[in-house]
Design a protein around this ligand. Structure first.
Ligand code: HEM
Length: 530
């Protein structure tokens, strides 16, 4: 698919393909002045010291020392490419949303996709047991929309303050600088709402065979909005056209040694060979009043809706058809964020989603700079006009001579929005400190998941857990985690208890404590019934 500009440089170009011949270029310094010998250095005589006036050498060394930018604090190792999204069921989508990307059958929107592991550093092995990130940037005619998914319908937490704690325990021990299984399971066993995601992670779903054989879930409940302000809750799901395929633990471990970059290489070569990976995008919809009656709180990120309970409907398909010409420019510098939305798509009150809407642009201002939206891969294809000016690396003309305030002398047009944003939802109540608490319903999905697994997959889940939890030194931690598995399912719990050498003890629920969780969403969300 053609792009109207070069994603690496921002210059207007003809359609490019990665097999294009290299243009003829002459070696120059950073100022474009031709230079004849890249390897030379100025010195006194043939063996004497170097000269400060050798600006070529100094420029060369100075730039080299500044090549690294901060890697993403999570999802640092990744790979990606470009392609397009095509609408297949505008009739369905338009019943619920005015999003431009779903507005007409056959409409194609250019996209950039990035896959990633979560916990490892930028050089870590692709086949690690870890969730996978799955981000899609839609360059719609009405602005950028980022769908920042994982390959799982749920997550380990539902209270956003836990995220840095949780991630720290998945990364390196502050003293040994080693991954630490005791810290890993200490956290998970003390925060039982993570159990369903833990079970998915330790099934073979935790070691997908590359990036193209896995599904993507938006995970959170978002909202779809129509021109008249009516809205519904929505979840999006991307199903791989390549079929789901996972490594066993043994295969994944071997691949980490044999080819740590397996998924990156597999993605690049599939695209290069013309076997463009594709996914079908589905939506699940609940009206606000259906959500009130739903058996799980739809704002709880540790709970899925399930396709049996809420059927999914296809809305489109997307394909990755082009490798980056330059990885750093087009993938490393890509900034995906749940805060990057277009009309018709909105956050729900899920507290983790709300926190993410702050965290990503904040991370990107740090990682890429305040003007990160001017980096070509992040720039919308439609015009941008606002009052954000100046700052480092302001490289797209700084919006020219137009006044940098809301001026009556040279007015900027204000679009007439078809609805008033603030009336979508009305919330009441005082400011409270909120933290969820674990109750019996938190074991519902772990049980559903266990019962959905084949006997072989159940065996693999048990042995994958035993192989990891069994190496934890703390007996207390092992016992606490086994109690959680046993509460979900007695057979599972006993098998793991036997494998890791601890007895099964009964799980105790705290009988009181703060919680924001009811079983369903408070009715104050439904001021506008659909
Ligand atoms: C990356 C924070 C939960 C998916 C990131 C980054 C941050 C972050 C700071 C790095 C962004 C960058 O430097 O560009 C958080 C916080 C969370 C959270 C604070 C919860 C409180 C989630 C969830 C999902 C998710 C629930 C999926 C449903 C991703 C993906 C990336 C990412 C896919 C990589 C984006 C890319 O490819 O560049 N997250 N995250 N995260 N996160 Fe999260």
């Amino acid at each position: 698919e053609a792009f109207s500009f070069d994603l690496a440089t921002g210059f207007q170009t003809q359609e490019q393909t990665s097999s294009k011949p290299a243009p003829e270029v002459v070696f120059t310094n950073e100022g474009g002045t031709p230079y004849s010998q890249p390897y030379d250095a100025q010195r006194i005589g043939s063996d004497g010291p170097l000269l400060l006036q050798d600006v070529h050498l100094i420029e060369h060394l100075a730039h080299f020392a500044r090549e690294r930018i901060p890697e993403r604090v999570v999802h640092a190792k990744g790979a990606g490419g470009h392609g397009y999204f095509e609408v297949t069921n505008a009739e369905f989508a338009k019943k619920y949303t005015m999003m431009d990307v779903f507005s007409e059958n056959g409409l194609k929107t250019p996209i950039t996709v990035r896959f990633s592991t979560v916990g490892g550093e930028s050089g870590s092995a692709d086949s690690a047991r870890d969730p996978r990130g799955f981000s899609v940037k839609f360059r719609s005619r009405k602005g950028i929309w980022d769908l920042v998914m994982n390959n799982t319908p749920v997550f380990f937490i539902r209270d956003p303050s836990k995220f840095p704690h949780f991630i720290h325990t998945q990364k390196r021990n502050p003293q040994t600088h080693l991954k630490d299984k005791d810290l890993f399971w200490d956290y998970l066993s003390s925060n039982p709402e993570s159990l369903y995601q833990v079970m998915r992670l330790f099934s073979d779903l935790g070691t997908p065979c590359g990036f193209t054989h896995m599904n993507g879930w938006g995970s959170h409940t978002y909202r779809w909005i129509k021109e008249d302000g009516k809205w519904v809750y929505v979840k999006l799901f991307a199903e791989t056209m390549q079929g789901v395929r996972n490594f066993t633990n043994a295969e994944a471990v071997a691949m980490q040694g044999n080819n740590p970059d397996f998924a990156t290489e597999d993605l690049f070569s599939s695209i290069e060979n013309g076997s463009y990976p594709g996914w079908t995008l589905y939506a699940q919809v609940l009206t606000p009043s259906q959500a009130e009656r739903f058996k799980y709180n739809v704002l709880d990120l540790t709970k899925d809706w399930g396709f049996d309970d809420v059927p999914k409907t296809e809305i489109g398909k997307f394909y990755i058809t082009k490798n980056p010409d330059n990885y750093f420019a087009e993938i490393e510098q890509a900034a995906f964020s749940p805060a990057r939305m277009i009309d018709g798509w909105a956050l729900s009150a899920d507290p983790v989603l709300q926190a993410r809407s702050f965290s990503y642009p904040d991370a990107q201002r740090y990682r890429l700079g305040a003007n990160y939206m001017q980096i070509p891969v992040n720039t919308p294809t439609c015009p941008v006009a606002n009052f954000e000016r100046d700052g480092q690396m302001n490289v797209q003309g700084n919006q020219g001579s137009r006044p940098n305030y809301l001026s009556t002398l040279s007015p900027i047009q204000l679009p007439k929005l078809p609805y008033v944003e603030d009336t979508h939802q009305q919330w009441t109540g005082g400011a409270v400190r909120s933290l969820s608490r674990v109750t019996e319903i938190d074991f519902d999905w772990p049980r559903r998941f266990w019962n959905s697994l084949s006997e072989q997959d159940q065996q693999n889940l048990i042995s994958n857990i035993v192989g990891h939890l069994g190496l934890v030194k703390s007996v207390e931690v092992r016992k606490r985690q086994v109690a959680l598995f046993a509460h979900a399912n007695a057979t599972l719990g006993q098998a793991i208890a036997d494998g890791v050498g601890v007895p099964v003890v009964a799980l105790e629920f705290p009988d009181s404590g703060p919680t924001w969780l009811n079983t369903t969403v408070p009715s104050s969300t439904s001021t506008l019934n659909y």
